[in-house]
Write a new protein. Structure first.
Ligand code: F0G
Length: 355
């Protein structure tokens, strides 16, 4: 079935008049990660990566955006508006283009990865950069989004969370009708952890899975508002997607962690960078830095003794590495040199013997 709305239709409260704006999002792979399992140091772990970077615009946002933009179309909206650290804006602009609704985007200047910005530009959105951070951009959207005909498509729009809950459905389907024991996920504005928890609970209520996972969410240390228990005025992290100091879904995220007997914790930029490189170099999976916070969290929790042997783990990789080429080039270790087009010289450099 094409797209998450059609595929999981019984889990949505919509009727046949609901227009479906889709780019065939969802159905992303759940990839086994033996090298990550080994890096935890805990024996017998079964680690699976839900690679959301393979969605149509390269992030998990498409699951919520198909629903929010379908709803906007249903209402006859003339404009979509969102604040973004990049992925929401790329997704909104794509689904806006698909629905022929103009998309307005407010971004923190200089803090959006190049790939994300390039998407929003080519999809044809109207873009405003502010001299401020994501939280301030969202404050602007809450006000400007009140204008007639405008639909806010940040995750404060309940349809976003509704669509994103399908990530949990897919994980359970892919595990053969069960939830993992632990679900690790990055936390920025805190919508996605809220959505996954809702999805797991609904799947259990529907009799599709016997047990629920413990939800382990990870903020970046320089932006860890929930962990610290107060807003952060000037959030910082190189994982710009989660550079957020006042998460909109703060309370439901805390509830997801407490109800599931999980936790919300933070990881440092160094821990995120190490996981980012491990995923690429040892698993062949290129995600963006913020996504690696889930794996960094798994490694941290394992070292803290919180993950029992033989557990089944899912880590969500929320976005594609191609979104942020600057981070990859800055942190990548492969050496690169320029040589003349002469085979012996190149072979010599590569350490190969030519007979
Ligand atoms: N990972 C990536 C790649 C993201 O883009 C985001 C959020 C998150 C994780 C955190 O998810 O906000 O639901 O807790 N990006 C938003 C944006 C804020 O504007 O693209 P969350």
């Amino acid at each position: 079935m094409s797209g998450i709305i059609r595929r999981y239709r019984p889990f949505f409260n919509i009727d046949d008049s609901f227009p479906i704006v889709t780019l065939h999002e969802g159905n992303t792979p759940l990839i086994p990660a033996p090298a990550v399992a080994k890096a935890t140091g805990v024996s017998g772990l079964e680690v699976h990566l839900k690679f959301e970077g393979l969605n149509p615009t390269g992030s998990f946002k498409d699951r919520g955006m198909t629903f929010a933009v379908s709803r906007a179309k249903h209402l006859g909206a003339t404009h979509l508006i969102c604040a973004s650290t990049g992925n929401t804006s790329a997704s909104a602009a794509a689904y806006g283009a698909r629905a022929s609704i103009e998309t307005l985007i407010i971004l923190p200047q200089g803090k959006v990865a190049l790939g994300k910005l390039s998407q929003a530009v080519l999809y044809g959105a109207k873009i405003v950069e502010i001299e401020g951070n994501f939280d301030q951009a969202l404050d602007m959207v809450r006000i400007i989004g009140q204008a007639p005909g405008v639909e806010i498509v940040n995750s404060i729009n309940p349809y976003r969370i509704e669509g994103q809950k399908t990530g949990a459905f897919e994980v359970c389907d892919q595990l053969g009708g069960k939830a993992p024991d632990f679900h690790f996920i990055p936390v920025g504005n805190a919508g996605n952890i809220t959505a996954y928890w809702r999805g797991y609970k609904e799947y259990q209520q529907a009799g599709k899975i016997p047990t629920l996972p413990k939800m382990f969410g990870y903020e970046a240390e320089g932006s860890a508002a929930i962990v610290r228990g107060h807003k952060i005025e000037n959030p910082e992290t190189f994982a710009t997607a989660i550079r957020i100091g006042n998460p909109a879904s703060w309370e439901p995220a805390v509830q997801a962690a407490s109800e599931s007997q999980g936790r919300i914790d933070s990881v440092t930029d160094d821990e995120i960078a190490a996981a980012y490189k491990l995923l690429a170099g040892a698993e062949g999976i290129f995600c963006e830095p913020a996504s690696a916070a889930s794996v960094a969290g798994l490694i941290k929790a394992s070292r803290q003794g919180l993950v029992p042997e033989n557990s089944v783990i899912t880590c969500v990789l929320t976005g594609n590495g191609l979104k942020d080429p600057d981070s990859a080039i800055r942190l990548g270790e492969a050496s690169k040199i320029t040589l003349p087009p002469e085979a012996p010289k190149i072979a010599d450099y590569l350490g190969l013997a030519l007979s």
